[in-house]
Write a protein that binds this ligand. Structure first.
Ligand code: PLP
Length: 380
């Protein structure tokens, strides 16, 4: 099997599985209990928070554990907008529904507006500048786009915010970027950051919201007051152990090799199928994340090629896994001005640090073999 759908989810590493096992066998105590083993569980949670803050260069930040990235985004967006009577919330045109939906459904006094993308799928800074004024209360931007791998200009967005609406909060959805693309929260002055365990080789069921002192978030989950009252409910200690293990053992030294693998895949596909077109920034540029490559191979439709590759044990994605069941043409590609035919042929290859160059050769060659057959039967 060759798995290239790591933006949908990743395989937990052996170290993560061992950490979960230990957490369930030896660390199963309720972290709120008063005896020593429960305090050990509590300590694990503290270490996990510290590790996350270290990676984000944000030592003074707070970390709330959530059930997933979606919950982290919802907590920040709905929890911030809930106490406001009026104002505007901005989100980028390629935002995941986890961000877009709470913005759009924020309530009567809040107007949600989409920030346009340029042709590369990055925020159009000039257009954003024209949208910013004192009415803007919250700006939501993803660190890395889940479909194209475009790295968003978060620092530049923060600078515009500082100049034009300094009171507005800046929320970054880091679900596709965390650990794979460095992020310095203090330097860029983002107010909050959402991440998800199952995208970084931890497990499903754990995410986190990191936030700073300007945030006033009203909790969405009320109850026993865990997580300093921000998210009631007994903590998912095996999930937190998995997250801690995934963060501390993440193979940062493999990121460059992963990027090279992605570039190799891109070059091989272009060599074998010159008609292949990239959706997103130049994969060899610093604007593209090291792990995501989105390519259209017209006239073969995405789903047809996906299943042809599946038949050979190769798993890839089309657009966003979370929305692909209901959406025909990706909103992100549409916002980039990609023609519908090209968008309907888009395939997303998302890598992890454990993929190899040999796998990339196999994928490109298999793609070419199927392209030669399928393109003859596809309507142009
Ligand atoms: N944000 C982005 C950019 C994503 O790609 C995803 C999931 O694919 C999410 C949020 C939601 O994360 P989760 O699956 O942990 O809820």
């Amino acid at each position: 099997m060759i798995y290239l759908d790591n933006s949908a989810t990743t395989r937990p590493t052996d170290a993560v599985r061992a950490a979960v096992d230990t957490a369930m066998r030896e660390g199963f105590f309720n972290p709120s209990a008063l005896y020593a083993p429960a305090m050990a569980a509590e300590k694990e949670m503290r270490l996990c928070r510290e590790e996350i803050l270290k990676q984000l260069h944000f030592p003074s930040g707070k970390v709330v554990f959530t059930g997933c990235g979606t919950e982290a985004d919802n907590l920040m967006i709905s929890g911030t907008l809930a106490s406001l009577r009026e104002g505007r919330v901005l989100y980028t045109a390629g935002e995941h529904p986890a961000v877009k939906e709470p913005c759009v459904h924020a309530g009567s006094g809040i107007t949600a507006q989409e920030i346009p993308f340029d042709r590369d799928g990055r925020v159009d800074l000039e257009k954003l500048e024209g949208m910013l004024d004192e009415d803007v209360k919250l700006i939501c931007v993803m660190q890395v786009n889940n479909e194209t791998g475009a790295i968003q200009p978060v620092n530049e967005i923060a600078a515009l915010r500082d100049r034009l609406c300094p009171k507005a909060l800046l929320h970054v959805d880091g679900v596709q970027g965390f650990l794979r693309v460095p992020f310095d929260m203090s330097k860029c002055r983002a107010d909050s950051y959402a991440l998800s365990g199952h995208k970084i080789h931890a497990v499903k069921g754990i995410g986190a919201l990191v936030y700073g002192p300007r945030c006033r978030i009203s909790p969405r989950m009320l109850g026993g007051g865990q997580e300093s009252g921000m998210r009631s409910g007994t903590e998912n200690t095996p999930g937190i152990a998995a997250l801690k293990e995934a963060v501390t053992t993440f193979p940062f030294d493999q990121i460059d090799a992963m990027r090279q693998c992605k570039i190799h895949l891109y070059r091989r596909i272009k060599e074998l199928i010159p008609a292949a077109a990239v959706n997103g920034p130049d994969p060899e540029s610093g604007l593209a994340a090291p792990h995501v490559l989105n390519i259209s191979i017209e006239p073969v439709r995405s789903e047809t090629m996906l299943h042809a590759l599946e038949g050979e044990g190769i798993y890839v994605g089309i657009g966003s896994a979370c929305s692909s069941h209901k959406q025909k043409v990706s909103a992100t590609l549409r916002a980039m001005g990609i023609a519908p035919k090209q968008a309907e042929s888009a395939l997303r290859f998302s890598l992890c640090p454990y993929n190899t160059v040999e796998e990339m050769d196999t994928v490109a060659e298999t793609l070419k073999r199927h392209y030669d057959v399928l393109s003859r039967f596809s309507r142009r």
